[in-house]
Design a binder for this molecule. Structure first.
Ligand code: MSP
Length: 505
């Protein structure tokens, strides 16, 4: 099976923050998980560089727009490896390849009689790059604001429209047949009731500014930034060449997006695709938003979380772990320093790190730095090993349904049992009375520690490299396909260095 996963492409009007990092890491986790299952995997991210919001940002900085987007896109590109993410491609909407792909899509929609010229008059938010109905807005002192809190302005211009209203039934039909095409379930309900409420045709071109992809055979119109942006997902698969291997293998793909941009992905995008004779996305997962110490994150409040600072302070895998263990994927979450310290100390330092540290050090000191297959497996050992199989099954089920927090809980609940087994079997006592049994127990613990580490790899990859190194294994020989058969005759150990130091509050 093949697996295509995408982040939204990020607006380059400003520098990256924790919200961007969150979506990118989520995709990296699913991509690594699928690579570890030996699936043919393609993980795409990139930048969204057209539109009024970006044009305005360049103007404020008094920079040439192209130079500005070149500089800003670089910030996003460099952030990806800093987050420990292993993307397969990075797309920019200002790439020539993308411009011609978006223009091809436009022409296709046009020749399928899906586009007409008219006039748009209504509300627009530059910050959200979205059109709003007056009924969606809230009155404030000097005008109206969108549900996101973004200011709106009244625009009146000639515009091309996409016949979105014609796709109402087709969309409903598609979602009736594919009940898990939008996750979590609550978001599915939200989208389908929005569609059932009736769809209006969508304005898809603008004439009041120039920074966008030119509408084919038009001088005054640039494409509405969302039709341009959404198309990135297929540009990366070499659209319009839909018979090439990449497209055939990877489309339809899976989009991970924030809840704020679900409508674009789950209503407009599938409609564009179907109208262009293409398949709608396989799945769209909408995640929640982070607050900072209980407060909405915003530039005006000055509480924007810089991913570089936070990772320098707490460590990369510590942050990756916190973001996905702490809050069910799909829910909103609160970023607090106390919560990070508590979570990292309890799970990574105590439950997991200490287990590795004390057992590996003990083996090095008391068992010649190696363990061999047990002479005799006792019932308690068997039970623990069996429990790993159950843990592994739930982990797979949860990761496949995008419930990273639950998959992590499976592993850490199990690690608590492993720790209880260690205390109960007490190898340090066995050392004095029964060294054969001591050896057997140490092997069981080591084997299980290695197996749990493989399961943790998608979430905390660089730490797991270090952990596996202690046992002289690597992911080249061990993955989610052959883990059940992993049962080496001997395991030789290297001296462990502490991998998850406690965070002092
Ligand atoms: N350019 C569009 C996406 C086009 S995709 C074809 C866009 N870009 S964005 O840079 O504004 O946002 C990207 C993502 O960051 C969104 O998924 C959004 O939900 C996410 N986040 C922004 N702030 C966030 C938080 N505070 N918390 C979590 N995610 C947040 O939208």
């Amino acid at each position: 099976m093949s697996f295509f996963i995408t982040t939204p492409i990020y607006y380059v009007n400003d520098v990256p923050h924790i919200g961007h990092a969150y979506t990118t890491i989520a995709c990296d986790i699913f991509s690594r998980f699928n690579k570890l299952k030996r699936e043919d995997t393609f993980f795409l991210t990139g930048t969204d560089e057209h539109g009024q919001k970006v044009e305005k940002a360049a103007l404020v900085q008094k920079k040439d727009t192209q130079i500005f987007v070149d500089e800003m896109s670089k910030n996003f590109r460099e952030l990806v490896p800093f987050l420990g993410c292993d993307n397969d491609d990075f797309i920019r909407t200002t790439d020539d390849k993308h411009k011609s792909s978006a223009q091809f899509l436009w022409n296709k929609l046009k020749s399928n009689n899906q586009i007409y010229l008219s006039n748009y008059e209504g509300w627009y938010s530059i910050r959200d790059e979205a059109f709003y109905q007056e009924s969606e807005l809230t009155k404030v002192e000097n005008g109206f604001v969108a549900p996101s809190g973004a200011p709106v302005e009244w625009v009146k211009e000639e515009s091309y429209f996409f016949k979105l209203s014609e796709w109402e039934n087709k969309l409903i039909e598609f979602y009736e047949k594919n009940k898990d095409a939008i996750l979590p379930k609550s978001r599915y309900n939200e989208v389908t009731s929005f569609i059932k409420g009736g769809l209006k045709d969508l304005s898809i071109s603008r004439t009041t500014f120039k920074w966008g992809i030119k509408v084919p055979e038009e001088n005054n119109h640039v494409m509405y930034v969302w039709i341009d942006a959404l198309c990135n997902y297929i540009t990366a698969l070499n659209y319009p060449d839909i018979n090439n291997d990449k497209f055939k293998k990877f489309w339809p793909g899976i989009h991970i997006v924030g809840k704020d941009i679900l409508r674009f992905h789950a209503v407009y995008w599938p409609a564009f695709l179907m109208a262009a004779d293409l398949e709608p996305p396989k799945k769209i997962f909408a995640h929640g938003w982070w607050t900072n110490e209980g407060q909405k994150i915003s530039k005006s409040l000055g509480n924007v979380i810089n991913p570089y600072e936070i990772i320098d302070q707490y460590g990369l895998d510590q942050i990756r772990f916190f973001l996905f263990r702490e809050v069910p994927f799909g829910n909103d979450g609160d970023f607090s320093k106390d919560a990070i310290a508590q979570r990292v100390n309890a799970d990574l330092s105590n439950n997991y790190g200490n287990l590795i540290q004390r057992i590996a050090s003990f083996i090095i000191k008391n068992a010649n730095a190696e363990v061999s297959k047990p002479k005799k497996i006792e019932e308690k050992d068997e039970k623990l090993l069996q429990q790993f199989n159950l843990t592994f099954k739930s982990y797979l089920k949860n990761m496949e349904s995008f419930q990273i927090d639950k998959a992590l809980k499976n592993i850490f609940d199990y690690l608590s049992e492993v720790n209880a087994y260690v205390d109960e079997q007490a190898p340090w006592s066995l050392k004095k009375i029964d060294t054969t049994r001591m050896q057997d127990v140490l092997y069981v613990i080591t084997l299980i520690t290695i197996k749990c580490s493989v399961l943790l790899q998608p979430i905390i990859p660089s730490s797991i490299d270090k952990v596996l190194n202690i046992y002289n294994f690597s992911l080249k020989e061990l993955d989610l396909v052959n883990i059940n058969d992993f049962n080496p005759d001997t395991i030789k150990l290297n001296l462990p260095k502490p991998i998850f130091p406690r965070i002092e509050k």
